[in-house]
Design a protein around this ligand. Structure first.
Ligand SMILES: C[S@@+](CC[C@H](N)C(=O)[O-])C[C@H]1O[C@@H](n2cnc3c(N)ncnc32)[C@H](O)[C@@H]1O
Length: 699
């Protein structure tokens, strides 16, 4: 009792007084409503975000993150279907499949058109006004009655210009869920883990490993109230659930977890196993959900190949890349292939989309999705994006033909120098053949790469021991040893990130200031590779699904400051908000970070989960580099896009000068590759480049 009470007080501490859930005896057992989880953050991360967004705004973001979007976004494969036919088919599917259990009362409408906003007008305000009027987004206050009763799920053609292949399916919630008049001592309950609950809120069922605690005497077929256990601060300073798996819930105020469950109910379900089964079995569905606090129609296995469920900002990011038929595009971190397939469809399946991911099984997922969607222009490879540029190992002696040794002045980025040290590779790259790429165990293995000794040893091990655990999914995946610099028309870097924009999220305490900084470092190294891979005049889009400015605006700052030939440019479509201007330093002085400068904020788009667009957090930036358009997309549901422009000739000169200088330090002064890379300051070098070198370049 004592413990439970303390936890409840802790839980209430951060809730505004008007939102504190007062437990009345009736409410406590017959109505599990008021879904009001409070997102917990690491204290320093919270301080950092409060500095970035302000207290009020961050609190709104934090709250929005705990809820799923109130609508689903479906991208139509326009090579197989039209948006109108998909709307028709989905509508009849919903009518046929869910008339009684869910009673979504689907109606089909194209909705009012969104405001066409002339440049200079207050786009955000107009769109917001329209959304409230037309889509009803964010009008998700508590509804009375059971979910699905009287609520209309509307299917809309997305009305934003440039997104006519997108369909919105509106859901509803949070709903109040009633539990009849079951006396509280008879009410049966299941508590699930936080991760399981996040999946349930997105439409999943409860699988055995997700169930943590359960009332006594639960039998198969029982109706149970489902709540979620979220990590709590532990006395040792970490986080834990505060109880062990298999705990018996008593459903009474004397139950230690009883008060913590208020505001944490996510729905009601039917058990498919007894209590004993739930904690004995290792797999299977433990509880089938019947009612959820948020209802979104599920389209699992519906119109396979014709539609793809995707976040709106992700769809926007692929559009901003603006891929054209016949082009050669690289998607550097591609799995599961959502943006890859969007790109291929925009190209009408004409050209080449190289989809790379470092995970073997995820590459299989990309292949599967491409096949399902009938896309033949996608080639998927296993590749570490940090080593995406084809290099040559002088020492191995097993060099393949196409990676020539002649590119003395090639545009090798610092990160390649860094990784060349790590992998003991030389700096030589091939800039001569844009069509080649270097693969290892696939059919292109004779296409110009070198094989290191480490690789030889790995292959020998494979021959002896078989494919290893990475191949557990079966299927064949080609590994790539990287691509030649300047060999892509456009590059998408949808970088791995802290994912702090993804919704619903019920806990964020695992991210520390240090872990956020590490994500940013990782992304910068990938970005360095992307800059090298895109051809002069090409385009790069960088994107993440996080609200962390360190992975968004600070990366843009890094890009602009490190590569003087990059500049920001406008994005189409642009439905997100502006980026963050300014800088941040934490109270202990350990984190000093610069974001955008005035004038740059409107050239990125940031999707804010608390805005009326009701998306995940996402950020997109669109950059152009000396003859290269570089589009940077950051943030899952908050998106920002950068477009950087620069003088091509000058950038080439800067690169050459950098490389010569680095070579000199390494070869003549025996400075390590990483130290040499650190010494390079592109901006300084830029001002030192004699005009005659720039002129020379022009010829
Ligand atoms: C944000 S997800 C990409 C989502 C994808 N673009 C889409 O729209 O479906 C990031 C991906 O990066 C991959 N990844 C992480 N580190 C990587 C690396 N060093 N090289 C290549 N891929 C990496 C992960 O496996 C993950 O699939």
């Amino acid at each position: 009792m004592q413990r439970g009470r303390r936890s409840f007080e802790f839980f209430c501490r951060n809730i505004p007084s008007d939102r504190v859930f007062k437990i009345s005896p009736r409410m406590a057992h017959s109505e599990r409503c008021c879904y009001k989880p409070v997102l917990r953050w690491n204290a320093r991360v919270e301080e950092y975000f409060v500095k970035a967004y302000g207290v009020e705004h961050f609190s709104r973001i934090s709250e929005a993150l705990t809820r799923p979007s109130t609508y689903s976004c479906i991208r139509v494969n326009t090579l197989k279907a039209t948006t109108d036919t998909v709307i028709e088919k989905l509508t009849s599917f919903l009518h046929e499949a869910q008339p009684k259990t869910c009673d979504h009362g689907v109606s089909v409408t194209e909705g009012d058109s969104p405001p066409i906003v002339a440049s200079g007008e207050k786009q955000e305000e107009k769109i917001e006004e329209w959304q409230h009027k037309s889509l009803g987004l964010n009008n998700c206050g508590p509804h009375s009655g059971l979910p699905g009763h009287g609520d209309a799920s509307l299917i809309y053609k997305c009305p934003f210009p440039g997104l006519d292949n997108v369909v919105f399916v509106k859901g509803s919630g949070p709903h109040k869920i009633e539990y009849s008049d079951t006396p509280k001592q008879l009410l049966k309950e299941v508590i699930v883990s936080r991760k399981c609950a996040e999946a349930v809120l997105r439409g999943a069922q409860i699988f055995v490993p997700g169930a943590l605690a359960c009332s006594a005497h639960v039998e198969k077929g029982d109706t149970v109230a489902v709540s979620v256990a979220v990590e709590q601060p532990s006395s040792e300073g970490g986080w834990n659930f505060g109880f062990t798996r298999g705990t018996v819930l008593q459903g009474l105020e004397t139950d230690p977890q009883y008060h913590e469950r208020s505001g944490m109910y996510i729905g009601q379900g039917t058990t498919l196993m007894s209590r004993a089964g739930i904690f004995r079995e290792s797999s299977g569905v433990a509880v089938e959900m019947r009612k959820r606090v948020f209802e979104l129609p599920s389209f699992n296995d519906v119109l396979e190949g014709e539609i793809f469920l995707q976040n709106l900002p992700s769809i926007v990011a692929a559009r901003v890349l603006d891929p054209q038929r016949g082009e050669r595009i690289l998607d550097m971190c591609a799995a599961p292939g959502g943006k890859t397939t969007a790109i291929a469809i925009l190209m009408r399946d004409e050209g080449e989309v190289i989809a790379a991911d470092r995970s073997h099984n995820k590459v299989l997922d990309i292949q599967k999705l491409a096949k399902e969607m009938g896309l033949t222009c996608i080639k998927a490879y296993k590749l570490d994006a940090l080593k995406a540029i084809c290099r040559k190992n002088d020492s191995s002696g097993s060099t393949l033909s196409n990676c020539k040794n002649e590119a003395q002045d090639a545009d090798v980025p610092d990160s390649v120098l860094q990784s060349s040290k790590d992998t003991d590779h030389s700096l030589t790259v091939d800039v001569s053949n844009h069509d080649t790429q270097c693969t290892v165990n696939g059919e292109s293995s004779n296409h110009g790469t070198y094989l290191s000794k480490a690789h030889d040893r790995k292959n020998a091990r494979r021959l002896k021991n078989g494919p290893g655990r990475n191949h557990c999914k079966g299927g064949r995946v080609e590994s790539s040893k990287g691509f030649n610099p300047n060999s892509f028309d456009r590059v998408l870097l949808d970088a791995p990130c802290s994912a702090l924009g993804l919704r619903p999220r019920l806990f964020a305490g695992q991210e520390t200031v240090e872990s956020l900084r590490n994500h940013a470092k990782y992304q910068r190294r990938m970005f360095d590779q992307a800059v090298q891979l895109v051809r002069p005049g090409g385009t790069i889009v960088y994107s993440t699904c996080t609200i962390n400015p360190g992975e968004n605006e600070a990366l843009v700052r890094y890009a602009l400051d490190s590569y003087g030939f990059l500049s920001l440019a406008l994005q189409h479509p642009r439905i997100g908000g502006p980026g963050l201007v300014g800088k941040c330093d934490l109270s202990d002085g350990n984190l000093v970070e610069e974001w955008l400068r005035p004038g740059e904020e409107e050239l990125v788009q940031r999707f804010d989960p608390s805005s009326s667009l009701d998306t995940i957090g996402f950020f997109i930036a669109n950059n152009q580099m000396a003859l290269t358009n570089f589009i940077l997309t950051v943030g899952g549901v908050t998106a920002a896009i950068l477009l950087l422009r620069s003088d091509v000739k000058q950038s080439a000169a800067i690169f050459r000068r950098n490389i010569r200088q680095i070579r000199h330090w390494i070869e003549e002064e025996s400075v390590s590759a990483s130290k040499a890379a650190e010494k390079v300051k592109p901006k300084e070098l830029e001002s030192q480049i004699p005009e005659k070198e720039i002129q020379k370049d022009k010829h």
